[in-house]
Design a protein around this ligand. Structure first.
Ligand code: RTP
Ligand code: MG
Length: 139
């Protein structure tokens, strides 16, 4: 059964562009409740750990460099069927293919600098949320 939580990061390009507030507003307007929230600079080592699942992919090194190039905003979000609902709200990985009105269509620059992350399964949502937040940071 699908759980009601997912994990997101607002990526360095979107934070740098001053789109943090607008993206958080879109997320709340989309019916998600913010359970946990923080702004943090990932070291290359920590970004590498987060994306360990993509280690063999050709874009891994660039992705780690990009995700440690500036602060990100991490959050745990709550809504019914959160993982699927959030991936619908953000749109396709490549903004050129993202549907009109989605967060990536509005704010992403490229397939890499694509404004936001969204967990791809309930299991990964829990692992990724725990990577950033302890029990005393979730409300
Ligand atoms: P995310 O994990 O960030 O929510 O994105 P996703 O599931 O839509 O995409 P995924 O395949 O998990 O890829 C993770 C992130 O790697 C970057 N990427 N670059 N240069 C490329 O071809 C390429 N492909 C993916 C993107 O930042 C993508 O979100
Ligand atoms: Mg993914």
């Amino acid at each position: 059964m699908a759980t009601n939580r997912t994990f997101t990061m607002i990526k360095p390009d979107a934070v740098q562009d001053g789109n943090t507030g607008a993206i958080l507003a879109d997320i709340e307007k989309g019916g998600f409740r913010i359970v946990a929230l923080k702004k943090v600079l990932l070291t290359p080592e920590r970004a590498g750990q987060f994306y360990e699942v993509h280690k063999e992919r050709p874009f891994y090194n660039d992705l780690v460099k990009y995700m440690s190039s500036g602060p990100i905003v991490a959050a745990i979000l709550e809504k019914d069927n959160a993982v699927t609902a959030f991936r619908e709200l953000i749109g396709a990985t490549n903004p050129a293919q993202a549907a009109e009105g989605t967060i990536r269509k509005k704010y992403a620059k490229s397939i890499e600098a694509n404004a936001v992350h969204g967990s791809d399964s309930d299991e990964n949502a829990e692992i990724e949320g725990s990577f950033f937040f302890g029990a005393d940071e979730r409300f």
